[in-house]
Design a binder for this molecule. Sequence first.
Ligand code: SAM
Length: 225
Amino acid sequence: MDPEFWLERWSRREIGWHLDDINSHLQEHWPTLGLPKASLVFVPLCGKTLDLLWLVSQGYQVVGVEISQLAVEELFAEHRLTPSITRAGRFQRYQVDELSVLCGDFFDLEPGDLGQVDAVFDRASLIALPPAMRARYAARMQSLFPQGMETLLITLSYDQAEMSGPPFSVHRSEVETLYRERYRIDPLASFDALPESAHFQRRGLTALREEVYRLKPLREAALTE
Ligand SMILES: C[S@@+](CC[C@H](N)C(=O)[O-])C[C@H]1O[C@@H](n2cnc3c(N)ncnc32)[C@H](O)[C@@H]1O
């Protein structure tokens, strides 16, 4: 999935993943992280999700990264926000108050680009990437956060033989392969997402689950047990 693929999806308005509402799993499960107000939340591959604004409304600082300039500009324009735009290394930083979005490639991120992150909200990033890129994604996360980072992770799982991605299927076993060395993985919820996914039914899916996990860095998990 090279950047061109995503830029084209945005320019053709093929953005079926985008929700017109705040993600219900975020609203339900984010409070279980117990994150103090004013903490900095990183939202990788953020698109123009309303979740960014919800997190700001809950009192957090938020930093997203998104490769499509169109997406970033729409995010601010659709909420009548006028961001300051500055160059930040290989990224353009769009900022309004507590919300900033780095426009550029996630895989170019260096630890200093984000600030002092306290937690991650990852919805539909891992499933946007083919298998080899998912391993690179997890490795980049590790280089950004060597001690690990409290994360709310939302994925989809289905039989990959029934449909090609994206979205790709990411089963629990893969989440464990990618993260278990450094994280305690708590499955929080699993939903039958097929009934609301007519588009994927037409593409041949007979089962589809949306899974919500909390990833807790092992060091912190040990301290709280
Ligand atoms: C499936 S969408 C999910 C968007 C968002 N998380 C949401 O819940 O609506 C994946 C997004 O990642 C962006 N993207 C893909 N590859 C990227 C990369 N290497 N760096 C930054 N953004 C990327 C795409 O443009 C797209 O907006």
